[in-house]
Ligand binder design. Sequence first.
Ligand code: HEC
Ligand code: HEC
Length: 328
Amino acid sequence: MKKTSVGVVLCAALAFSGSAVAADIPEGMGALPTKVPVPADNPMSKAKVELGKKLYFDPALSASGEFSCNSCHNLGTGGVDNQKTSIGHRWQRGGRNAPTVLNAAFWSRQFWDGRAPQLEDQAKGPPLNPVEMASASEAAVVERLNHAGYAPLFAEVFGKDGLSYDNMAKAIAAFERTLITPNAPFDRFVRGEGDISAAAKRGMKKVAAIGCTACHSGPLFTNNDFVAFNYGKDEGLKQVTGKAEDDHVFRVQSWRNVALTAPYFHDGSAATLADAVRIMAKVQLDRELSDAEISDIVAFLETLTGEQPQVTFPVLPRPRGATLNWKE
Ligand code: HEC
Ligand code: HEC
């Protein structure tokens, strides 16, 4: 919240009746936005979101019939699998930790290295990824969805002959844009509707004072930028671009819901939030934090857990009296 004049600060302090004094909240921090950006070529509609939800939960996207998006991005556990690195097709481990789908609509680019510009591009990856869902081809996925009985649902949203791989990705992306988590204790504090603990307030001031918020800035607690994180073996963005300057470059991860998404970092190597905070301070700011400072920062990060989307598990289309053709 910006301090424009003493008058504004005083009014805010009075209106908040002392619980959240605007002047206490470091510059730039704020409540989670309520509106997500929506691309012009994929407008939202109720039917599209419903279709996307079915696809999100449907293991028909995988060759084995065992893996859905929800297997690794479980909406019952903060949109992650809480695994160091995810388990996919034939029990294989992938190379990276699964980030949450919650609020993903707000990120500038998708993936730890940002290789997918937006949710539509991202959703086309997993069904064909050999260590994730391992379907043979786009055509194989479309054929299985057709066999399951999806054609009329796609027709309703995208018109006649609407069942295609691209439209599958569009529907999933539309569903993902509904997975936002408002009203975290911190957001309620910012709006003067509730309080956070004294430890959380100390943590809030500490992250601003020592410079965490140079990267983890604004209401999303990420500047959505890509920076070097010289830690671990993964080369990050360099693997995509081949450029030396992109070595170990990763997207600044949001702090929203971070208390739910252990273990941490692109390789899942930090088991606890306290470990992640300690390592970040050392690697990014060359600073040794005391246990008390870490515990205050963790208390603050815990106030960023928002209301989780209430999602009713969808009924999925299936052929009557027959199984789908799983080509394992
Ligand atoms: C086998 C586990 C697995 C499955 C199945 C899976 N994902 Fe992921 N997902 C991951 C991992 C691991 C990453 C991170 C990969 C990377 O950054 O290189 C990821 C990244 C993402 C991201 C990027 C989030 C961010 O913060 O950048 C989104 C969005 C996403 N997945 C959505 C989906 C959707 C939609 C599906 C179903 C079509 C799906 N995932 C299926 C494991 C999985
Ligand atoms: C120079 C920019 C920068 C600064 C400063 C910075 N971070 Fe980070 N932070 C990042 C990046 C980049 C990542 C993603 C790391 C990765 O790819 O594993 C990240 C990840 C994290 C994560 C793990 C998120 C997850 O989902 O796994 C936490 C927690 C975190 N930072 C906390 C902090 C704290 C606390 C501070 C201050 C002590 C801080 N960061 C300072 C750039 C920064």
